[in-house]
Design a protein around this ligand. Structure first.
Ligand code: CS2
Ligand code: MG
Length: 402
């Protein structure tokens, strides 16, 4: 089999997505996601201008060799743009191989290790009362694990709390908006939120919380310690992770489990975190961490150190990534949990898929390949629109992590 054609589509059915299609001489095609929120066009150009011409004529079954060709062969390694572009190619090649061999991709990754993939959803509210209502709603929908975020008294906006109820999309069209932040107000409010959630909903439900890289290690240690009585499944991204050693300090102070990695793009971003057992869950994801080929290596390395996976699954990861993540989650041994933020109806219509949600679990479906398609005609009705993630400032004006 040979690759005969490959092209990128950029569309915006509800939000922007970068989709790669690779075609072969046998009529089989594969799909990949290359969406990098707020920097979409950079990945599209990396693919179109630099990667795709090198693929024509290659054997799509040589997934490892093509991965190494794009990684080592570029000389310039790693980084979110490069690794998202490699991921898009990698996903499409696994899709092709599955279709050619008439089997779902999870069978190529080792086969089923579990029946269903436990997912967590997002509940939020402008205050504790509204957050509790949203938790009740999601529990009713069947979720067994719920991430809870609420507005912080004294702050006009905060991460994870949508402007309207029911749907939350962090990127906004146009140039970046500005949020405000004050750590002390946040640290004072979060323990009260979880005390209330446990009081109302009991111990059965798994609870998660995302700090979105906003704390220093000692502040995160304080938060983790104060949340211990409420037995969280994890606190996520407690502190920015460029300094991996920062997590050592958090670890010394708290038994609240720690998850990190949605912005990581290779194993090397998590090498110290994993081998020192400073974290419990690695959140690297298919699209931003070099595709299934590299994510499998990260998971296998993590498995040696009792670290489980918890793949990022926000709406900026297209349904192609969601499908790939669910095949991966079904196959690997050290799966922990999968994030699930349902896409908008327009998005789902453009990407018909075999995966589905039932009673707190998701399933990749049994179609050959990734079980995902792309309606290019429908996609052409949704042109790309410039959009950015917000930026964040402290109340005195200092720019800080969003
Ligand atoms: C987040 C994301 O889902 C999460 O845990 O942290 O909402 C994140 O902010 C976006 O994916 C950024 O593109
Ligand atoms: Mg997060």
């Amino acid at each position: 089999m040979k690759i005969t054609n490959a092209y990128v589509n950029i569309c915006s059915p509800g939000r922007n997505f970068v989709t790669l299609k690779i075609e072969t001489d046998q009529g089989i095609y594969g799909l990949g996601d290359g969406t990098l929120n707020g920097r979409e066009l950079a990945v599209a150009s990396y693919l179109t201008d630099h990667v795709l011409p090198c693929l024509i004529g290659r054997d799509p079954f040589q997934i490892e060799d093509i991965w190494q060709y794009l990684y080592r062969g570029a000389y310039w390694r790693r980084g979110p743009v490069t690794m998202s572009a490699i991921a898009a190619v990698d996903m499409a090649l696994w899709d092709i191989k599955g279709k050619a061999l008439h089997t779902p991709v999870y069978n190529l990754l080792g086969g089923r290790s579990r029946q269903g993939v436990m997912v967590y959803c997002h509940a939020f509210g402008k205050d504790i009362h509204a957050a509790l209502e949203d938790v009740a709603k999601h529990k009713e929908m069947g979720y067994r694990a719920i991430r809870v975020q609420s507005g912080v008294p004294g702050l006009k906006s905060t991460y994870g709390v949508g402007k309207t109820t029911g749907y939350y999309e962090p990127a906004e069209r146009g140039l970046p908006t500005e949020y405000e932040w004050e750590t002390e107000s946040y640290l004072r409010s979060v323990p009260g939120l979880f005390a209330k959630v446990r009081e109302v909903f009991g111990e059965e439900i798994h609870l998660l919380h995302d700090c979105h890289h906003r704390l220093t290690p000692i502040e995160a240690a304080r938060l983790g310690k104060e949340l211990e009585p409420f037995h969280l499944f994890w606190i996520e991204d407690p502190t920015p992770a460029e300094l991996q050693e920062g997590f050592k300090l958090i670890r010394q102070h708290t038994t609240t489990p720690i998850a990190v990695g949605e912005v990581f793009n290779s194993l090397w971003d998590a090498h110290d975190l994993i081998r020192n057992q400073w974290i419990d869950y690695i959140r690297a994801t298919v699209v931003h961490a070099g595709g299934l080929t590299h994510l499998k290596k990260i998971a296998d390395f993590a498995d040696l150190y009792h670290v489980k996976t918890g793949c990022h699954g926000a709406t900026d990861l297209s349904p192609v990534s969601m499908a790939a993540a669910l095949h991966f989650d079904t196959a690997i041994h050290n799966f922990g949990i999968q994030e699930h933020m349902p896409h908008a109806a327009e998005t789902d219509a453009v990407f018909p898929h075999a995966y589905f949600f039932k009673d707190g679990y998701m399933y990749p479906g049994d179609k050959p390949g990734l079980g995902i398609d792309f309606d290019e005609k429908l996609a052409s009705q949704y042109e790309y629109q410039r959009a950015y993630l917000p930026v964040n400032r402290r109340q005195d004006g200092t720019l800080t992590d969003w």
